[in-house]
Design a protein around this ligand. Structure first.
Ligand SMILES: CC(C)(COP(=O)(O)OP(=O)(O)OC[C@H]1O[C@@H](n2cnc3c(N)ncnc32)[C@H](O)[C@@H]1OP(=O)(O)O)[C@@H](O)C(=O)NCCC(=O)NCCS
Length: 178
């Protein structure tokens, strides 16, 4: 499934080959890559191209990926779903020039709403490295709650980092959306 969603300020759309240079530009930033589990650092154009080649048009909601496309700007970041041990996991990042404007709250809200409407899933999993209070603030606003802590490998840091594990139930999302 490759959906396109409109939010108040931007579009969430499928990523495309021509996004590679922006992806490499924004992910080759330790302040971004170092907050993510599965992104190496340094991050090169070849990494972006290789990642784009893994994307498929027709995937279930739990494997969908969205590019954050700002008017007049283009590719600014990413929200994506992937299978985890317990169920679907949501992950996201935004290029540093765009931080602090509520953009990721808007993106994760739209993607989460789409996920629960498009899938039969009762739960959506996520989490943050323990130092990432901005991302935790986004998840708390959306209704995610902490389920525990774990150690998770951070590729960019080359070591395991303390991680806060979180969950959002469909019931909590429905309640919030009333
Ligand atoms: C974390 C990230 C997604 C935030 O994106 P953003 O668009 O700036 O986030 P928003 O503006 O929507 O919301 C951030 C919230 O965190 C709050 N916040 C920011 N810094 C904070 C801090 N140090 N402590 C507590 N809250 C903080 C903001 O006040 C805001 O909450 P509010 O809307 O209630 O005021 C972005 O900085 C990013 O991509 N970082 C690198 C990659 C990353 O961390 N991805 C998430 C991995 S779990």
């Amino acid at each position: 499934m490759s959906a396109t969603l409109k939010t108040r300020r931007f579009t969430l759309r499928p990523a495309r080959d021509t996004d590679a240079e922006f992806i490499a530009l924004y992910l080759n930033d330790y302040a971004v890559a170092g907050n993510l589990a599965r992104v190496p650092f340094p991050y090169r154009l070849s990494d972006a191209r290789a990642w784009l080649r893994t994307l498929r048009d027709h995937v279930p909601p739990g494997e969908a990926n969205f590019a954050i496309d700002l008017p007049g700007q283009g590719y600014a970041g990413h929200v994506g779903f992937h299978p985890g041990e317990l169920g679907t996991v949501i992950g996201y990042w935004l290029g540093a020039p765009f931080w602090g404007q509520g953009l990721m709250t808007e993106a994760v809200t739209a993607a989460t709403d789409w996920f629960f409407k498009s899938s039969g899933a009762d739960r959506l999993y996520s989490g943050v490295f323990a130092f990432n209070q901005a991302s935790l603030a986004i998840q708390k606003k959306l209704g995610f709650t902490q389920t525990g802590q774990s150690m998770l490998l951070c590729l960019a840091r080359g070591r395991e980092v303390e991680h806060i594990d979180t969950i959002l139930t469909r019931a909590a999302w429905m309640e919030r959306s009333k």
